[in-house]
Design a protein around this ligand. Structure first.
Ligand SMILES: Nc1ncnc2c1ncn2[C@@H]1O[C@H](COP(=O)(O)OP(=O)(O)OP(=O)(O)O)[C@@H](O)[C@H]1O
Ligand SMILES: [Mg+2]
Length: 442
């Protein structure tokens, strides 16, 4: 039940309850002690009153009219605390005390001793007879005890309130650095690494602040390493692709070409020497297979190192890529816009732009279920330089809120970092995704 309450409330409740229980115990002990005391005080008061009256009786016995003297004696004896003395001739007046301050009945009943009253028979020589009764009457004492308990309770309430207030203030002040730590952890979670949490003098909090600062440094180092690794991987991948493409182009391509020429020559020679072309079908099959191999080789070359990029420039290469996707899936409508002005780009910039569009389109065909794709490139003139804005939009299902970056998106981001640019990924309304790459051009 208390689990969801704040630490401050919990501490206030626990300490308040502990003080209340302690005060209740003290009051209970106080009442039990008072009960014993009242009992013995009442008993001694009755004995005293009894002795007082008994010692006065011999002189009263001598009187012919003892009523007045007896009344005076009873009045005097009533000055004793905790005893009520009356005769059968006088009316009994119970001492109820001040009604406002008088304790409740259960309290009076609990503290009043149940000792029996004493009675003294008075018989004088003149034949006068009376009966004096002595009863325990601790009403004054009980009222005083009740008042004390009331004041103790009020004082305790004051102490509990003050304690709870002090706890609230102390806990709030002590825990105030926690808000800063939570904020720092949220920033770390959001990817901000260069943060330093101010230390606190409290040793427990100092440790937490040191750990958060340590965590921030470790994460920043890991990010840096990760960044370098991915950049290295991309560079290695590009170099590897370049080498394989070169081998395919320089070794495999000419070998296939030569094979085709040789097969053609051989066919001619055999046809001439045998004077017939009964092997024509076989020659055609070999020739077609070599042709197929050449086509596959060109396709692989295109993927590894977009030859189109070198041959047709960025605009032509992108157009060729879009054409190829249109052929693969004609149901997707593709719109393409390329700026009129000539773009002056380095090899790495062109390759980056090409790869960004290539991965964006691959993702669209793999994940988005889009029916419309818009690829546009435009030059944004900024002073002193300008930047190329590459935008690939689709009307598909959109990137999921919690979707994790794969090698594709991470690679795009890293490629953009290498050229000093930035990649923005956003969900479109009502649905779809936009990949926007901002690449500075010098
Ligand atoms: N245009 C898109 N529409 C919808 N979801 C997308 C789109 N592009 C990317 N995603 C989501 O983002 C995720 C990450 O994409 P990313 O390209 O990084 O990895 P991948 O395509 O799954 O694998 P690979 O590393 O081979 O590229 C995808 O798995 C997909 O869920
Ligand atoms: Mg991908």
């Amino acid at each position: 039940m208390l689990a969801n309450l704040s630490l401050r409330t919990k501490l206030s409740i626990y300490v308040g309850a502990a003080i209340s229980v302690a005060v209740a115990l003290c009051i209970a002990l106080f009442i039990f002690h008072a009960a014993t005391r009242i009992n013995s005080e009442s008993e001694s008061a009755r004995r005293l009153a009894n002795d007082f009256i008994v010692s006065a009786l011999p002189s009263i016995n001598q009187l012919d009219k003892p009523e007045a003297e007896l009344e005076r004696l009873i009045k005097e004896a009533n000055h004793l605390r905790h005893a009520r003395i009356y005769s059968s001739r006088t009316s009994v007046q119970e001492d109820t005390g001040n009604s406002l301050e008088s304790p409740p009945n259960w309290f009076t009943r609990f503290l009043t001793p149940n000792s029996e009253s004493r009675e003294i028979e008075v018989v004088t020589k003149s034949g006068f007879e009376d009966k004096i009764t002595i009863k325990a009457n601790p009403a004054d004492e009980i009222t005083e005890i009740w008042q004390e308990i009331k004041w103790i309770s009020i004082a305790s309430l004051g102490v509990i309130s003050a304690t709870v207030l002090i706890i609230s203030i102390v806990v709030s002040n002590t825990l105030s650095p926690l808000a800063g730590y939570v904020q720092a952890l949220s920033l770390l979670d959001a990817g901000k690494r260069t943060l330093t949490v101010a230390g606190d003098k409290t040793p427990e909090f100092k440790i937490i602040a040191d750990r958060i600062n340590g965590l921030s440094q470790t994460l920043s180092k890991l990010d840096e390493e990760n960044h370098l690794l991915i950049q290295k991987m991309i560079t290695l991948q590009d170099n590897e692709r370049k080498e394989i493409a070169r081998d395919l182009h320089d070794e495999f391509g000419p070998a296939l070409f030569m094979s085709r020429i040789c097969v053609g020559e051989l066919k001619k020679k055999i046809t001439i020497s045998l004077g017939e072309d009964k092997y024509l079908n076989d020659w055609s099959a070999v020739d077609q297979n070599i042709d197929k191999l050449q086509q596959v080789n060109r396709k692989i070359l295109g993927r590894l190192r977009p030859a189109a990029l070198e041959e047709m420039g960025l605009s032509g290469a992108i157009e060729a890529m879009i054409k190829s996707w249109r052929k693969t899936d004609p149901s997707v409508e593709m719109v393409y816009y390329f700026p009129e002005e000539k773009l002056t780009m380095t090899e790495i910039q062109s390759l980056t732009a090409y790869r960004i569009i290539q991965e964006s389109l691959t993702n669209i065909y793999r994940h988005s279920h889009a029916t419309k794709v818009n690829v546009s490139l435009f030059l944004e003139k900024l002073t002193p330089s300008s930047q190329l804005v590459i935008s690939v939009e689709d009307n598909g299902i959109g990137i999921g809120e919690n979707s994790q970056d794969g090698i594709g998106l991470r690679g795009m981001k890293e490629r953009m970092l290498i050229v000093g640019g930035e990649l923005k990924i956003s969900r479109l309304s009502p649905s779809g995704t936009e990949i926007k790459a901002l690449m500075p051009l010098s």
